[in-house]
Design a protein around this ligand. Structure first.
Ligand code: ADP
Ligand code: ZN
Length: 524
């Protein structure tokens, strides 16, 4: 790129959006699209993904088609773009809610070359009449917002998203840009495979949020704990997530009775009440919002100081998204989750009756959240490892409970070796619970039927309990000595590093896990 081109992009940024500088990788991403390369952007919420397709769309000939799952979000985006360009025809939405006349007007603007961005829902894109129309006009590129909807491993799988590639191919041979805030390696792989863009230019931003403090507390006297917690933070904004609408109603009521300025929010409330409560929170008339996951999409309140999970969510992605709403202004945001294994069992019950594959996925995601809750290594390290990112926990600077109050540490070289040998003896075909039973020398049905009790390392770790063996497995995973195969729902495999460890064993410091099994209470 020549210097003049660089400054042209900067000028365009200033002209259209009034910003002086690109953020993170925005500039390279925009160049990649303008160079007609397939591009894959993984960036946390609030990172500035929209800009990555909006600016090149404004600068390109033809119309960019933006696929987006939520009509409400599309409208916001279109309004924002119209604002910067003073011309209403520059951006449009095409979806089933438009009247025939309105839809025709949109199409006229596209034909006339006035429309630079067209937001469509995947359902509208699959309509044959629309496909026919799009083949007759000039398309600059396709953008897929919330691209994780393609993957069953994302938190919001949408089957229609899986047809996008074939529709794009039918319309035009132009570049595709996929964007998501879900960073797990599995989702990433799914998206790239499904869109047939393994060669895409990949831009992955770090998911680390230095200003967020992470903590997990055992779920005991949870309501009292929450009241105490909020009273200590008088006048601060916070969100409390609950699993059920009923809990939202109850808890917001309890908080109000206790003099806390709290309102509820869930999808069962009528639209007017929801808007009223949301606005009261945004306008600081209410300090605390007690909500189900229905709350938060597209909400940008910069000074949320805490996010409490009264109930643990169903995946670490959800946890990251929901806690991500704290500290947007860069100030400290505290993220506290109340954990009881009983809640996991409840979430497991929700899975019953779903298709088998979905159940397996769901269980695997739950296993990860349990591991996060029970681990005593740096929470941030664990979370980032889950997103495929290596993180040196000395950087956490006590911004998680485990770094603030480290648990007892012991030398675990022997245990790690025991584990690795067991993984190999079990032919890299077993999941964590089986390996724990094996090390513990339990005669489970599976162990007996596979005759695993005859193998040399059977019961080689019976002096330790399962809590310890789970800890060894988790910590070996995070250290990259073993890996979990996601295609097979969590079968433990050896890695290069694991084999090296067997050849040249070295010190491995184990941290004792939390034990939440004592007198727990799920808060109902
Ligand atoms: P995402 O889609 O990744 O969640 P958005 O596209 O909504 O993030 O951007 C988050 C915020 O950052 C928006 O308010 C947007 O206007 C702002 N923003 C984006 N790019 C820049 C930039 N280069 N300079 C300043 N603000 C930016
Ligand atoms: Zn930490």
């Amino acid at each position: 790129m020549s210097v003049t081109e660089v400054s042209e992009l900067n000028l365009a940024l200033r002209k259209y959006f009034g910003y002086d500088q690109f953020r993170g990788d925005q500039e390279s991403i925009i160049k990649s699209i303008l160079d007609k390369k397939n591009t894959f952007v993984i960036m946390p919420t609030g990172g500035g993904k929209s800009m990555c397709y909006q600016l090149p769309a404004l600068l390109s000939e033809g119309t960019a088609i933006i696929v987006s799952p939520l009509i409400a979000l599309m409208k916001n985006q279109v309004d924002a773009i119209r604002n910067v360009s003073d011309d209403d025809s520059v951006a449009h939405v095409l979806n089933s809610s438009l009247s025939k006349t309105d839809a025709n007007r949109v199409k006229e603007d596209i034909k006339a070359g006035k429309t630079k961005l067209l937001y469509v829902a995947p359902e509208s894109l699959t309509k044959q009449s629309n496909i026919d129309f799009f083949t007759s006009v000039k398309i600059s590129f396709f953008a897929i917002d919330e691209a994780h909807c393609i993957s069953e491993w994302g938190h919001d799988f949408r089957p229609e998203y899986r047809r996008l590639r074939e529709i794009f191919e039918a319309i035009s041979d132009v570049p595709i840009i996929a964007l998501t805030a879900t960073a797990t390696p599995k989702v990433q792989q799914d998206i790239q495979k499904n869109l047939n863009m393994l060669d895409a230019h990949l831009y992955k931003a770090s998911f680390n949020r230095d200003n967020l403090y992470y903590e997990v507390r055992p779920k005991r006297d949870v309501e009292k704990e929450i009241i105490k917690y909020i009273r200590k933070r008088k006048g601060k904004s916070g969100i409390i997530y609950c699993l059920s609408r009923k809990k939202v109603e109850q808890l917001s009521e309890i908080l109000r009775v206790n003099g806390i300025n709290a309102l509820g929010y869930h999808a069962g409330m009528d639209a007017a009440t929801r808007v009223k409560h949301q606005d009261a929170f945004l306008m600081e008339e209410a300090d605390v919002i007690v909500a189900t996951i229905a709350f938060g999409m597209g909400i940008d309140k910069p000074d949320v100081r805490f996010v409490i999970h009264h109930d643990i969510p169903k995946s670490l992605e959800s946890y990251y998204q929901e806690t991500g709403r704290a500290g947007r202004d860069g100030g400290v945001g505290e993220c506290v989750a109340f954990y009881a294994y009983k809640d996991i069992e409840k979430l497991e019950k929700f899975l019953q009756g779903k298709p088998v594959a979905e159940q397996e996925v769901g269980r695997q995601l739950l296993f990860e959240i349990v591991s996060y809750a029970e681990t005593s290594i740096c929470r941030r390290k664990y979370l980032l490892h889950y997103f495929g990112e290596e993180y040196d926990d000395s950087r956490c600077s006590e911004m998680c409970d485990n770094c603030r109050n480290p648990k007892e540490k012991t030398e675990g070289k022997t245990e790690v070796l025991n584990l690795l040998h067991s993984v190999i003896e079990l032919k890299e075909m077993q999941r964590a619970p089986h390996i724990c039973s094996f090390l513990n020398g339990e005669n489970t049905t599976e162990i007996n039927s596979y005759k695993h009790n005859l193998l040399p390392h059977f019961a080689s770790g019976k002096e330790h309990d399962k809590i310890l063996w789970n800890a060894v497995i988790r910590q070996a995973l995070v250290a990259g000595l073993i890996s979990k195969d996601i295609e097979t729902y969590g079968v433990i495999k050896m890695t290069e590093r694991g084999h090296e460890f067997i050849e040249k064993p070295h010190s491995f410091i184990l941290v004792k896990e939390h034990d939440y099994t004592l007198d727990e209470d799920s808060g109902d």
